[in-house]
Design a protein around this ligand. Structure first.
Ligand code: 2OP
Length: 224
C-alpha cells in the first residue's frame, strides 16, 4: 500500500459548514431558517446531479441560486432580489468547521500536500477559502468547472490525480458527503468519510477506508 502523500478535500459540508447560512435565512424568514437552509442544500445537490445527467452544466453558483429560488417557492417564502443576492453571497462566506484551521496546519506540518476538489466554481472556491483565511493551507484548489460536469462523475475525481501529479494510490480523498466519498472510492482513491452527525453510509456498493467524526481523525490516519 503506497504511503499517503496528499489529502484532497471536498469543500461544502466537509471543510465548511453550509448551514452557516441558516442564520441569514432565519433573519429574513423567522422560524423557517433551518428548514430553508436544509431544503436549499438538498435541492442544490439534486440540481448538480440532474444537470450532469442532462448534459446541461451551469456552474455551482447558478445551481445554488436556482435551488434557493425553488426552496423559497416550495416553502411559500417571498424572496426579494436583495434577499436572493444576500443569501447567495453568504455561500461565499461559509464558516469552516471549528477544528479545520488547526488540523490543516498540522497536516501540512507533517509534509502532506493538501488540495480541495469541489463542485464549486473556480471563483466560489477561491472566494470561500480566501474569506476564511485558509488559502495558504492548500497546494491546489480544483473546481469541476475544468470538466463541465459535477461529482460523482469519474472525470471530476481524475482532476485531482492530474493536478497533484500523483498516482491515485498516493491520495486520500476526504468528504462528509457519503455519495461523494463513494464516487472517489470507485475512482480508486482511499477515502475517509467525515461523519459529524452519526449518519449511516450510503448503500452504493462501497464503504470508506476510514471514518472520523471530524478532521482531527485524519492525523491518526496519516501516521499520527
Ligand atoms: C462539494 O463538491 C459535494 O458540494 C460538495 O464541495
Amino acid at each position: 500500500m503506497a504511503p499517503i502523500r496528499a489529502i484532497v478535500f471536498d469543500l461544502y459540508g466537509t471543510l465548511y459548514d453550509v448551514h452557516s447560512v441558516a442564520a441569514r435565512c432565519e433573519s429574513y424568514f423567522p422560524g423557517q431558517g433551518a428548514e430553508l437552509s436544509r431544503r436549499w442544500r438538498q435541492k442544490q445537490l439534486e440540481y448538480t446531479w440532474l444537470r450532469s445527467l442532462m448534459g446541461q452544466y451551469r456552474d455551482f453558483e447558478q445551481a445554488t441560486l436556482e435551488a434557493l429560488v425553488y426552496s423559497c417557492k416550495q416553502l411559500g417564502l417571498a424572496l426579494s432580489d436583495e434577499q436572493r443576492a444576500a443569501l447567495c453571497e453568504e455561500y461565499l462566506r461559509l464558516a469552516p468547521f471549528p477544528e479545520v484551521p488547526a488540523t490543516l496546519k498540522t497536516l501540512n506540518e507533517k509534509g502532506l500536500r493538501l488540495a480541495i476538489l469541489s463542485n464549486g466554481s473556480v471563483n466560489s472556491i477561491a472566494t470561500v477559502v480566501r474569506n476564511s483565511g485558509l488559502q495558504a493551507q492548500f497546494a491546489e484548489l480544483i473546481s469541476v468547472d475544468a470538466v463541465q460536469i459535477f461529482k460523482p462523475d469519474m472525470r471530476v475525481y481524475g482532476l485531482a490525480e492530474q493536478r497533484m501529479k500523483l498516482d491515485r494510490s498516493e491520495i486520500l480523498f476526504v468528504s462528509s458527503n457519503a455519495w461523494d466519498a463513494t464516487g472517489a472510492s470507485y475512482y480508486g482513491y482511499r477515502t475517509c468519510w467525515i461523519n459529524r452527525s452519526g449518519q449511516n453510509f450510503e448503500e452504493l456498493g462501497r464503504t470508506p477506508d476510514f471514518v472520523a467524526e471530524d478532521l482531527r481523525g485524519l492525523v491518526g490516519v496519516c501516521g499520527g
